[in-house]
Design a protein around this ligand. Sequence first.
Ligand SMILES: [Zn+2]
Length: 568
Amino acid sequence: MAQFSPAFLDEVLARTDLAEIIGRHVELKRSGSNLMGLCPFHHEKSPSFSVSPDKQLYYCFGCGKGGGAFQFLMEHDGYAFPEAVEYLAEKAGIEVPRQAASDPGETERRNRAFELLLKVADLFARQLAGEKGVVAREYLNHRKLPEKIIRDYKLGYAPAGYGFLQHCFGSDARTSAQLESIGVLFKGDHGYVDRFRNRLMFPIRDRRGKTVGFGGRILGDEKSAKYLNSPETPFFHKSDLLYGLAEHREEIRRRRLLLVVEGYMDVLALAAHGLPIGLAPLGTAIGERQILEILRLHDGPVFCFDGDRAGRQAAWRALERMLPVLKAEHSPRFLYLPEGEDPDSLVGKEGSEAFSKRIEREARPVMETWLQGLRNIAGQGRDGDARMAKKADTMLKSMTDHFLADAWRNEASQKTGVPITQKFIKSDAGTVRLKADRMSAEEKFVAGLLQNPARFSALTDEDSRVFLDTNPVNGIYTRAFFIIQNSRKGEISSAELMKKLADSATDDPNLALWSNAPDIEDEVFSNLLATVRANVIRRRLKGGIGLQEAVELKRRLNELDGQRRGNE
Ligand SMILES: [Zn+2]
């Protein structure tokens, strides 16, 4: 990945207006010193998305997303970090230093890869329409997929045989290596060969709509795997992608309806029947990151599964993966289809209206699905109750929303007649202290803020620049800042703050560490503040600044050094 100097990143952020960047997607209204709007990351009816023009930070009280301009472009528009930096630098009229990138060809290579993937997708699409595509077209006909869907989702056909892509693109070593790097060729014993042969091709796009890889369904020869995906590449991470996301995001938001289905054909069949609201994992069981993405897009998604044994097992796996990211605000539902049916076959048989009614009638809340699943595993009787309570307790421990966990715990206790009490997880004080010793001044500074939130009031707008938008610590700092600002008169206890942070950040290991860090005394804290301020100034001194400003910054630096010594 390209490396930009911190000074350069500072300059880009300083010349960027976050409110303007966000304002292009979200209608923002002034509220006190902040701007508020409807969160673009999750569905909501009343605004909980806050932007601070002074601090150049955003934060959503609903889903916990927060950060600065780089973060917004990455999370909302799917930019890679170097792309976000280059985009904003260009917008601000700042030249991206050539030597700034340790690997200056990175972005170029990436763009070339995307171009090539698009060309390959075009080529497959032309094959589908052409002479060789007749079997594939028959298959699509048989599945009743309309021409428009085939075009819109750019389905294609990879011909049988081993030399198709090299025949089209040339077989020189450089081209072959490029085709290998995007996952469509691989090196066999006798040189490069096509990965996808005699397959119906589904281009897979990332959040931004860029084609990043393929899924291919075998036609005819059933000895090969039915579905084959592109291998992992720098831009194709199976566990991060959802089929249909770029195409259906806006409709899902508009209709407030999201169906999670199993396969590409389910997604397409629903779209063909006027329900462009389906998303599917890429042929594997759905993972935590995909579930998180789904819950951010819509708080009440419906997960569809086949009603048979395998379908119920898949539903249970999805439920287990969901627990760590599930919040009280979410209300996912589970729908079991009649045995042997999938959304594709069912919506074809009964039409979209009946299918939509079926969802309303038969989808069950996640907690109900959980209790039912527990009972199935544990069995009936007194022993069954005990087993059920035990399993429930284990699963509750993986939940991070304590309110939700409490509600579920009560329900499971009632159902089994076995009281399931909350057990506190013991923290290993020794390990914590060891890690705390290795914390940077910036990390200790944030730990000090969290221990005594009143310390936030002493910070200046400029202190929000302590962290660059890319620093992992910035996430917690941003969330804490907005939570405190939103609390009554800015008064909030450390425990309350920690609780709220834990609710909004599901995956931040720093939080656990800092909540257990040794107490940071006032005097130590003011030293830390001076240190982090000095670090910011040092960073700026390394950037391209004028002589006068440099002199002023050096004066400030001396002042801060003096302050620290005075305190020691
Ligand atoms: Zn949100």
